[in-house]
Design a protein around this ligand. Structure first.
Ligand SMILES: Nc1ncnc2c1ncn2[C@@H]1O[C@H](COP(=O)(O)OP(=O)(O)O)[C@@H](O)[C@H]1O
Ligand SMILES: [Mg+2]
Length: 379
């Protein structure tokens, strides 16, 4: 192994943290009468990779533009490393931006695109040359410096956009839906590549997405936004395992929502779909409280025969998806429930009766909002 390869490995193992700490306090923004953001508080550690996740129109781009300094918020403040930047213009904030459509300059070559921010800062020519070479090498585009953006594939354009964003040695990189123009197949590869690149640079990064899988696979922590407000800030695992609201539960992963009613204050619940559950997490509610019970498809099992506590259902559709099958069942209440089983574990056909069991009762979530609430409708 050459000495430079060894140096690179060491650098990758122990990235120098050179991203800034970011603090948003009480950010609010209105466009005329429309409230786009309300009371946003967020602190981000140096080098952290944060995803802003939420449905279209929830305020993600507006928040990114406020952090970048393109938009002055109606209320609140933005601080980098403890210093307020509210009056610092965008081009003085040392931010690298990657836009949805990459926004490469079509009349400039790849190398000129990457050099753009350095030229604008009037960096010395020799420094620009070496920095551009370094960045192109980093995104494996060294051979493409003389090409124009139209001569590149989507994935290659995205690498150039990232090289351009990183060339100015930013303290913060902001990426707005950076993968939306890519094929689904290419997307996962690019997500892995860009995540490892951002992490090896040690730069603080915020990626905006409406795609929960993208947020789960890339981010250290996810900020879930809904209608301009933060619903929850947490690690991917915590959001999945302990969603703070019905909205988060419905937005992250798949969930079955069933209507229920407590029958005593100790957590016994009668489901509208039939059957009774003992759910300690539903306790502390008076008997007769209407609730929504949320059960993930992988927390349900199907069996062909009745068993104690099992809930009767009827198979509607069996979808073999490779290793697992997703089986859609219809309950006596008319509610539909999805079950995820290993393909080998279930061979029942549509139309046959079956019984549902819950694998881990502690992973069932209980919410006060009604199951039909519009707040849980997916985009
Ligand atoms: N320039 C603008 N003028 C008026 N309304 C806007 C403008 N930009 C965004 N909005 C509104 O603000 C809300 C948030 O928009 P945006 O931040 O673009 O959402 P997202 O990026 O999550 O899809 C939406 O209701 C949108 O219609
Ligand atoms: Mg947007």
């Amino acid at each position: 192994m050459s000495s430079s390869a060894i140096r690179m490995q060491t650098a990758a193992a122990a990235p120098e943290a050179r991203g800034c700490a970011l603090a948003l306090a009480g950010i609010g923004h209105s466009f005329g009468g429309t409230i786009a953001l309300d009371a946003i508080d967020l602190t981000v550690a140096p080098g952290e990779l944060i995803a802003l996740l939420g449905p279209s129109g929830c305020g993600k781009t507006t928040l990114l533009q406020i952090i970048a300094g393109f938009l002055q918020p109606s209320r609140g403040s933005v601080a980098f490393d403890g210093l307020r930047v509210d009056h610092t213009p965008a081009n003085r904030r040392r931010i690298g931006m990657v836009f949805q459509n990459y926004a490469l300059f079509p009349h400039l070559t790849v190398a000129e695109n990457v050099a753009y921010g350095l030229r604008a800062r009037q960096a010395p020519r020799a420094m620009i040359q070496s920095r551009v070479a370094e960045m192109l090498a980093r995104v494996q585009m060294t051979a493409f410096g003389a090409r124009f953006p139209r001569q590149l594939s989507g994935g290659q354009q995205q690498r150039v956009a990232l090289a351009r964003a990183l060339a100015i040695d930013p303290v913060l990189v902001l990426l707005d839906e950076p993968f939306s123009a890519l094929d689904k197949n290419l997307r996962l590869d690019m997500q892995i590549e860009i995540k490892s690149l951002l992490k090896s640079c040690g730069v603080t990064s915020i990626i905006v997405t409406h795609d929960q899988e993208e947020a789960l696979s890339m981010a250290d922590r996810i900020v879930v936004l809904n209608k301009g407000r933060i619903e929850q800030i947490d690690t991917p695992d915590a959001l999945y395992d302990a969603p703070a609201s019905l909205f988060v539960n419905g937005f992250i992963g798949h969930a079955n929502f069933l209507e229920g009613r407590t029958t005593d204050p100790r957590g016994h619940v009668a489901l509208a779909a039939g059957g009774t559950l003992a759910l300690p997490q539903a306790g502390q509610r008076p008997a007769g409280t209407e609730i929504t019970v949320s059960i993930r498809p992988e927390n349900l099992t199907l069996s062909a025969g009745d068993a104690p506590g099992a809930i009767p259902t009827t198979i509607r559709v069996v979808m073999p998806l490779g290793a697992v099958s997703v089986i859609e069942c219809v309950m006596a209440s008319g509610e539909s429930v999805k079950v995820s089983q290993s393909r080998a574990a279930w061979s029942g056909q549509p139309g046959v009766p079956a019984w549902l069991g819950i694998t881990d009762i502690t992973k069932v979530h209980v919410f006060d909002a009604p199951a039909g609430s519009p707040s849980i409708t997916r985009p």
